[in-house]
Design a protein around this ligand. Structure first.
Ligand code: 8GT
Length: 141
């Protein structure tokens, strides 16, 4: 049976825009856009993983606001991931890319235009829908 790989990812919201990261040519899913994050290690919670990965990949600290429903996606017979999203804000802002090719801040209404990794598509759709219903609560972010 295929092992389920659990992956935490961050929807980092700042001034109504979300941080999108582009995978580099030499990564799996080359040049696809993703939400920064990574694989959850043994003895680590999804939230702990996210803080560690975001610091390792982008050199920034985040504050987790809430989690959203995860998405299970089978990329191939041997690769099945559970992508677990968290809404986050910044603590500091000097992004240094350690692994990704590029990053951008995308307005929420334009998020669906990006060429996302397949597992991210339902997560982005659900987040855009949630934001349109809850934007008044997120004004301070
Ligand atoms: N971090 C992150 N990973 C994602 C997203 N969407 C998605 O399908 N993935 C997949 O989840 C896995 C996360 O692995 P990772 O970020 O720790 O590292 P990686 O590319 O070095 O993994 P690899 O060792 O499989 O090549 C990758 O296989 C990646 O393709 C996403 O939005 N964020």
């Amino acid at each position: 049976m295929t092992k389920l790989i659990r992956v935490s990812c961050a929807i980092i919201l700042d001034s109504g825009k979300v941080l999108c990261a582009q995978r580099s040519e030499n990564m799996d899913l080359p040049l696809k856009w993703e939400l920064p994050g990574g694989k959850i290690e043994e003895n680590e919670s999804a939230a702990e993983c996210l803080k560690r990965e975001i610091f390792e990949e982008l050199n920034i600290e985040i504050q987790i606001i809430r989690s959203f429903e995860s998405n299970i996606h089978q990329y191939s017979p041997l690769k099945k991931i559970e992508l677990i999203p968290f809404l986050c804000s910044f603590i500091n802002s000097g992004i240094t890319l350690k692994e990704h090719k590029d990053f951008c801040w995308k307005e929420i209404v334009k998020l669906a235009e990006m060429d996302w990794a397949e597992a991210d598509i339902p997560i982005i759709r659900d987040f855009v829908q949630w934001y349109s219903l809850n934007r008044t609560q997120t004004h301070s972010i």
